[in-house]
Design a protein. Structure first.
Length: 115
């Protein structure tokens, strides 16, 4: 009986933590959108649903995925390009984001490890 009660309480606690994280994300996004009314509708919709799209800026991408694990900077004739890495592509899944010299997301991909 006590074990069942512990399992139920643990489950309820997990739900509360999950929902508080969702509410926190929604507040961050709404605060960002309130301070940036010029954000195009397509970007707004994708921010609200936590989906990356080309054309987002670095701040918008960070709102969705958080701080990257690694940032690589490459100096080119037309400016500095950035590659943001999330996760470990060898052992787990990872995401890689590519930003142009203007700080716009130009390409992103996700890998899933086969191990």
């Amino acid at each position: 009986m006590i074990m069942q009660l512990k399992k139920i309480l643990t489950f309820i606690l997990c739900i509360i933590i999950f929902l508080s994280g969702c509410a926190s994300y929604a507040k961050r996004i709404q605060g960002y959108l309130d301070n940036h009314p010029q954000v195009p509708d397509e970007i707004k919709q994708n921010l609200l649903t936590r989906k990356l799209v080309q054309g987002m800026n670095k701040q918008q991408a960070r709102l969705i995925l958080g701080k990257p694990q690694e940032i690589e900077k490459h100096l080119c004739t037309f400016g500095t390009l950035e590659i943001w890495n999330y996760g470990n592509c060898i052992y787990t899944s990872c995401s890689v984001l590519y930003f142009d010299a203007n700080g716009q997301l130009t390409y992103f991909t996700q890998y899933r490890s086969q191990k």
